[in-house]
Design a protein around this ligand. Structure first.
Ligand code: NAD
Length: 506
């Protein structure tokens, strides 16, 4: 890694020039986790600023809901075209601000493009049902209407894609969006907003303030959460954040869509293809430096294959390239900040106390870049599940445990308080189907012979239990962004009542 010739501020300036954006400056300073350098700043929104943004968004909504959905889809189609033009620069900015490797930064922008394509198709498919009615001369149906202002709160680790999953659906559904990005990644949000405005200018007649960004931390988020005009709060982040947000939204009878922490597991069964499993485990556990909500954190390996698989994983862990995420061939970039490093060290200390044998986890490149936090991913052999394995530590730590029977492995897997993503490696159809069944994994994402991370946008994304129960992105997740009206129409000359009730007027 060539830290001597790398300056994140120069890199940022070049990207801003390419994207045609100039961060306005302000009290919220963004630092690149690559070298700890300042790359720009924006102003924190006050509660009054957030309220003003919501009111403006509500006015935009009142106009946008009357625009036919396929025309709304055209706006999203144009946004996808702008993202295609700017994928290289925006993807690199994601890497610069969030620290993920360039391939993952580009992949995140590709996810935005994919959800645009999905949403454009959806704009002609916001279907309601026609329902059989028990009354003669009547027709019953349901209609889906735009919902209102959608407040999006997002986490640092997917600084742009999570907004797009929400916003692209919200726009075709006829909603306006106010986005409170992570205070750790304000610049990517600023850039995305600029690209959206470029799109709106090409579109021509989108209402002003259809999409807005309010920058800041918890306070700005709370102002959004509490505003009565925010019909849906879609919040992505830690379970701690969800615990604070959910009751506040419920107290005003708002809707919330929660995408919270994960503590994801994989079972490697006796018949598993170990070469395949090894690749999947590595990508899922060390990719994005262990900072994905779907990162693999708990690995349950059958006793019969433990000695074939685990030493091989240790070997991979010792050699996995860690360094500047913009360098070719790099697989693991830095942690987001010092606090993440300290949380990782505390978790490893707890694992040792709880009987774990820790390999890796040490700090790398400290001399080259004292304000950046690179670590060797840790692999920890545990005697069984303990308090620390049941805790989500947002860092590359893989806890490995041995099991004897599938029922035991499934029970251990489901013992985590979170329920986001899971997978099994097996070539035994009985085992695969058991894992997928009602008595199997209790997660929102359940995979066979692929890892738990790296979902496609076509499926509904989200998880159960402390993950919050929300679903975003594909399938029928769009319904959360609309309100449903059930309509009954009488075209007869009588007024028959449901349930055969006789209510003859005197
Ligand atoms: P975080 O909870 O610290 O912050 C997330 C967002 O919530 C930020 O924008 C923050 O400013 C805001 N926030 C925090 N407290 C708030 C409050 N009381 N009211 C309103 N807003 C508040 O999370 P993070 O460190 O940025 O991200 C990592 C976490 O996010 C991990 O737990 C990870 O699993 C989770 N995550 C989940 C998903 C998913 O889809 N399930 C996706 C990405 C990340």
């Amino acid at each position: 890694m060539s830290f001597s010739s790398f300056r994140s501020s120069d890199e940022a300036a070049a990207l801003f020039a390419r994207l045609g954006v100039t961060p306005p400056g302000g009290d919220l300073v963004s630092r690149s986790p690559i070298d700890g350098g300042e790359i720009g700043a924006v102003a924190t929104a006050s509660a009054a600023d957030v309220a003003a943004a919501v009111e403006q968004a509500h006015r935009a909504f009142a106009a946008w809901r009357d625009v036919p959905a396929p025309r709304r889809g055209e706006l999203v189609r144009l946004f996808g075209a702008v993202l295609r033009e700017e994928k290289a620069a925006l993807g690199r900015l994601v890497s610069l601000e969030a620290g993920k490797i360039l391939q993952e930064g580009l992949g995140e922008v590709q996810e935005m493009i994919d959800i645009c394509d999905f949403a454009v198709g959806l704009s002609r498919q916001l279907y309601g049902l026609t329902i059989a009615t028990e009354r003669p001369g009547h027709r019953m149906m349901e209609t889906w209407h735009p919902l209102g202002v959608v407040g999006v709160i997002s986490a640092f680790n997917f600084p742009v894609a999570v907004w797009a999953w929400n916003a692209c659906l919200a726009f075709v559904c006829g909603d306006a969006v106010v986005w409170k990005p992570s205070e750790k990644t304000p610049l990517t949000a600023f850039a995305v907003q600029a690209l959206f405005e470029r799109t709106a200018a090409r579109f021509g007649d989108a209402p002003a303030r259809l999409s807005q960004v309010v920058q800041g931390g918890r306070e700005a988020g709370e102002a959004l959460v509490d505003h009565p005009r925010v019909a849906l709060v879609s919040a992505t982040g830690s379970t701690r954040m969800g615990r604070a947000v959910a009751p506040r939204v419920a107290a005003r009878f708002g809707r919330s869509l929660l995408e919270l922490g994960g503590n994801n597991g994989m079972v490697v069964a006796p018949s598993a293809d170990l070469a395949l499993a090894e690749r999947a485990i590595t990508f899922a556990a060390v990719g994005t430096a262990g900072q994905r909500c779907t990162t693999l954190r708990r690995l349950f390996v059958h006793d019969s294959v433990f000695d074939a698989l685990v030493p091989r994983l240790r070997q991979i862990w010792a050699g996995v390239p860690v360094g500047n995420p913009l360098d070719d061939g790099m697989l693991v970039g830095p942690l987001i900040d010092r606090a993440a490093f300290e949380a990782m060290q505390a978790a490893l200390a707890a694992a040792r106390e709880q009987g774990g044998i820790v390999e890796g986890g040490d700090r790398l490149q400290a001399e080259a870049s004292p304000d950046a936090w690179y670590v060797r991913p840790a692999i920890v052999t545990m005697p069984g599940q303990t308090a620390i394995t049941l805790t989500e530590t947002f860092a590359p730590i893989l806890y490995v445990m041995r099991y004897l029977g599938l029922d035991e492995a499934i029970a251990a897997h489901n013992a985590a308080p979170q329920g986001l993503a899971s997978s099994i490696f097996t070539n035994d159809i009985r085992e695969a189907e058991t894992f997928l069944s009602a008595a199997g994994s209790d997660c929102g994402i359940v995979n066979v012979n692929i890892g738990p991370s790296g979902a496609e946008i076509g499926g509904a994304f989200g998880g159960e239990k402390e993950t919050g129960g929300g679903r975003e992105s594909g399938s029928d997740a769009w319904r959360a962004y609309m309100r449903r009206a059930t309509n009954t129409i009488n075209y007869s000359r009588d007024l028959p009542l449901a349930q055969g009730i006789n209510f003859n007027m005197p």
